[in-house]
Write a protein that binds this ligand. Structure first.
Ligand SMILES: C[S@@+](CC[C@H](N)C(=O)[O-])C[C@H]1O[C@@H](n2cnc3c(N)ncnc32)[C@H](O)[C@@H]1O
Length: 307
């Protein structure tokens, strides 16, 4: 009020008038800026952003704000159209998606694009599924930016393990059943035989497998060979956190049968361990399709009841 009244009298003294306008604008942004999304400082750099596992509501507030301000967005194959719809309508959207055995762009090409747009001094978002530092090659992309002297920031996202487990009603740890969680991938640069199977097959441990669909047979064989019981409960979560989520439960011994019979498609995550039994009790997601696999090899097999 004071500012408005005093401005009236300052109209004829231009310097004072401009000063008060600036003051009024600053006060306005401080008070209302968050509603207008004005007080986030989006600098001209490359933001390596985690887009979460699928449900757009699982984006972080920071990721959302950056997407609304971005000039360029380079996004992965697992980024849903709903999330892309949240980006600045004027932003240049570039798909650099990579799927197993179907690489649309090689990592080196992606790095080159990041450097190219990063050098143009615009606000560039590199949007990845889940968290950029978990099986996302985020580290490699940042190394390319550092070599080119480009400024960057990292925004974490909800990784598929947390998202899929929560939306399937599976607590990854439980003080009675699982004290450790291990994330592994079956998509190794070296052979999966080089993995430390003794520690992966430890008892009282939940194992979450990323990109394991094509190697499910090796996984179950190795885990059983290194001591995990074939009756260990397993869940395969397909399209986790989305409206087409499917959760197929069974056992380690029949993992291959489960994947085949239910024609599981990518993206899918495997959760192995006693905690999987909770899925039946804690299943809460209204759109999730829960399937309990009945093994042909063991027709009367039932997952043990959750406690
Ligand atoms: C290249 S990795 C990327 C992981 C990602 N950076 C993260 O933190 O979740 C892709 C793999 O993550 C898993 N994944 C990602 N999103 C998923 C989803 N919505 N449902 C099931 N699995 C998913 C699948 O195993 C998929 O093959």
């Amino acid at each position: 009020m004071f500012i408005v009244v005093s401005m009236k009298y300052d109209m004829f003294i231009p310097k004072l008038f401009i000063g008060k306008c600036l003051l009024a604008f600053t006060a306005f942004v401080a008070r209302w800026g968050h509603y207008l999304n004005l007080n986030i400082s989006v600098r001209q750099k490359v933001y390596l952003v985690g887009g979460g596992p699928g449900d757009p509501d699982l984006l972080t507030v920071k990721a959302h704000k950056l997407l609304q301000k971005a000039d360029v967005v380079l996004y992965d194959a697992l980024i849903s159209p709903e999330i892309l719809n949240l980006t600045n309508p004027k932003a240049l959207l570039i798909s650099v998606g990579k799927r197993a055995n179907n690489h649309s762009k090689k990592q080196q090409e992606i790095n080159q694009l990041l450097v190219k747009y990063g050098k143009q001094k615009r606000s560039v978002v590199r949007l990845k599924g889940g968290d950029p530092f978990i099986y996302g090659r985020g580290g490699e992309e940042l190394q390319a930016l550092i070599s080119a002297g480009i400024d960057f920031e990292v925004v974490p996202g909800i990784t598929a393990a947390s998202g899929c487990a929560s939306y399937a009603g599976i607590p990854l740890t439980h003080r009675d059943y699982s004290q450790t969680v291990m994330f592994i991938t079956a998509q190794c640069r070296n052979s999966e035989e080089n993995l430390d199977w003794t520690s992966i097959a430890r008892k009282n441990q939940t194992v979450v497998v990323y990109m394991g669909l094509l190697k499910n047979d090796v996984l179950s064989q190795q885990l059983i060979a290194y001591g995990r019981c074939p009756d260990t409960p397993v869940a395969v979560v397909e399209n986790g956190t989305t409206s087409s989520q499917r959760v197929i439960t069974g056992t380690l011994g029949c993992l291959t049968e489960m994947v085949k019979e239910h024609q599981v498609i990518s993206p899918a995550l495997m959760i192995i361990g006693e905690v999987v039994v909770f899925a039946r009790q804690l299943d809460w997601h209204p759109n999730s399709q829960m399937i309990q696999h009945i093994s042909k090899a063991k027709p009367f097999y039932e997952l043990r009841e959750a406690v």
